[in-house]
Ligand binder design. Structure first.
Ligand SMILES: [Zn+2]
Length: 259
């Protein structure tokens, strides 16, 4: 083989090696077996924590019902954690406590501060607040910062709660990137997790969430979260009037299915 051809062949091999390395690096976090652990974690979804007013039962949990759920979690050995703690376990940076559970609160209603955060504070338990930036009934910035001080994690739930699958690419980008920036500025903490408005997403939306730099995203599909499919993590919606046995049973069922 002439020296020129040999040089061309060496260059081609080098490019192929570099290309493979780049592909492996890009795919590594999502590849099966790349996770240090895949602990299934039930993520509960709450909206209003107050008496039922109207509409969907999934939008309300009574204050006393919420209190008895917290007592149930404590007496059954559950340990509320943040999404960051779950992520640290999955990536091998830290261990989760036994029976982890995430309590997530969507949209950002005043009653989440006055009725949920105050109760959780007495347990010294963290929770996740999936905030919509432009929410008419929203919490005030000072309340959000107080919740952060009490151990709450802030997740982005977009600027204006649109159905993301119907958004143009430019709007989608703005909803994902600007909401994160505004929430980080308001709360003074990093916002690394996303929650789909209405739980609605498709492949394009998932890709956009990943490209915006979020580590994972939650939906409202039933189940316990594991790192596989981290841009569509399932959750367990808690509903008004649900018995404690149903509440506990659905958490156990979700975890058992994910093992
Ligand atoms: Zn929402």
């Amino acid at each position: 083989m002439c020296p020129r051809k040999r040089r061309q062949q060496r260059l081609a091999t080098l490019w192929l090696t570099l290309l493979c390395a780049a592909v492996i690096t890009a795919c590594a976090p999502a590849a099966a077996g790349a996770w240090a652990r895949h602990t299934p974690v039930p993520i509960l979804v709450y909206h209003h924590v107050q008496g039922y007013l109207a509409g969907n039962y999934l939008m309300y949990v009574d204050t006393s019902q919420f209190a008895s759920q917290l007592r149930y979690l404590r007496s059954h050995g559950y340990h509320p954690v943040t999404m960051q703690q779950v992520w640290d376990d999955w990536t091998g940076r830290a261990d989760l406590p036994r029976r982890p559970v995430v309590l997530s609160f969507d949209d950002g209603y005043l009653d989440q501060y006055s009725n949920a955060a105050r109760q959780l504070r007495s347990y010294h338990w963290p929770a996740v607040l999936n905030l919509v930036v432009h929410n008419g009934t929203a919490l005030r910035d000072a309340q959000v910062r107080r919740m952060v001080k009490w151990g709450w994690e802030i997740g982005s739930h977009t600027l204006g709660h649109p159905i993301l699958t119907r958004c143009s690419s430019a709007t989608l980008h703005r909803e994902l990137v600007q909401s994160r920036r505004v929430l980080e500025h308001k709360s003074k903490v990093l916002v690394d997790f996303f929650c789909y408005p209405g739980g609605i997403y498709d492949r394009r939306v998932m890709r956009a969430v990943r490209d915006a730099g979020y580590l994972a995203a939650t939906s409202i599909r039933f189940g316990a979260a594991t790192p596989y499919g981290r841009y569509a993590l399932p959750r367990i919606a808690v509903y008004w009037g649900e018995s404690l046995s149903a509440f506990g049973g659905r958490m156990r069922q979700a975890v058992a299915r994910a093992l």
